[in-house]
Design a protein around this ligand. Structure first.
Ligand code: SAM
Length: 299
């Protein structure tokens, strides 16, 4: 049985008495060319320990077990888990964790020496998992991820574009991201509703900019990008009370970062956002720190 052959995938699913679940994003990859691109991008070496989220029938798992030192996979579907256990019964370097990846302590898992994450992610939880994993100190060096194309475009976006936003900035702070290949719906069984893309994430040696309080920066970005067609000076003034910022501090922070108050959020680079957040963070403005902490505790 060849998992890149759609007829074989249908046969296996039939034998398991399984109908692919939309809820679990079960669109199984069955395209040899796309599989090859993912594996070449991953460039697995004998020392690699790989995390795969959502192995499905194991189309990626099988070649990864041959190339890597160890593959740890998390699969939520119990029927797929028992299939995987019997399929890879002889693979001593395979570890299957049955359950929801969102419920696992992924940070502890990553600390077990995982160098790469390679996954065709379930789309419903893909961005959430990505944001979680990239926040850890032990964030992996390399990730090769299949995501839906619109999320992929947001992740790779450049300033000045419609796709540039909070998600872009959050992940690009720590990772260089390349859109390796767009993938047609017909490469999966059953075909998903939207096109997909393979993304390659490489952890930067240093973040694009040092940010003293990332939570504050993310809040600032969330508020600003929720009004992305407005000018940044106007947005900041209108929410100065919520963020415990004095209007005078807004102007001086914008001046210091050479950001025109007429710019829109999507026209500001990642390093300028970082600079602005550092200057506006109540933790760095001692007069407002107490008031900010009181408000945070109340929320
Ligand atoms: N890797 C396989 C492939 O490429 O054919 C399957 C990919 S399919 C897009 C997503 C897989 O993730 C399914 O096997 C599904 O059961 C599993 N899954 C969905 N939600 C999950 C979750 N929260 N945690 C772990 N696995 C999940």
């Amino acid at each position: 049985m060849k998992l890149t052959r759609p007829s074989d995938v249908r046969t296996i699913l039939g034998e398991l008495g399984m109908r692919p679940s939309r809820y679990l994003g079960q669109n199984f990859l069955c395209d040899e060319n796309i599989l090859g691109i993912i594996l070449r991008s991953a460039g697995l070496e004998p020392g690699d320990t790989v995390l795969e989220i959502g192995p499905g029938l194991g189309v990626l798992t099988e070649p990864m077990l041959e190339a890597a030192y160890r593959v740890i996979a998390i699969e939520k579907d119990a029927a797929l888990c028992s299939y995987l256990r019997s399929r890879f019964i002889d693979a001593r370097n395979f570890e299957l964790l049955e359950g929801d990846a969102l419920d696992y302590d992924l940070e502890s898992l990553l600390k077990r020496g995982i160098s790469k994450i390679v996954a065709n992610l379930p789309y419903s939880v893909g961005s959430r998992l990505l944001v979680e994993v990239t926040e850890f100190a032990a964030r992996p060096e390399t990730m090769i991820l299949m995501l839906q194309l619109d999320v992929a475009r947001r992740l790779c976006a450049k300033p000045g574009t419609r796709d540039y936003g909070l998600l872009t900035i959050r992940i690009q702070l720590d990772y260089e991201i390349e859109l390796t290949k767009t993938v047609n719906r017909t490469c999966f069984h059953p075909p998903p509703d939207v096109r997909s893309a393979i993304l390659t994430f490489r952890r930067r040696e240093e973040p694009v900019a040092q940010v003293s309080d990332r939570d504050f920066m993310y809040l600032l970005l969330k508020l600003c990008f929720s009004r992305r067609r407005k000018q940044v000076g106007h947005i900041l003034r209108s929410m100065s009370n919520d963020l415990c910022i004095r209007p005078a501090d807004i102007q001086s922070a914008l001046d210091a970062e050479s950001i025109s108050p007429e710019k829109r959020p999507e026209d500001i680079s990642i390093s300028s956002w970082a600079g602005l957040a550092n200057r506006l963070s109540p933790h760095n403005r001692h007069s407002e720190k107490g008031e900010w902490e009181t408000r945070q505790n109340r929320m």
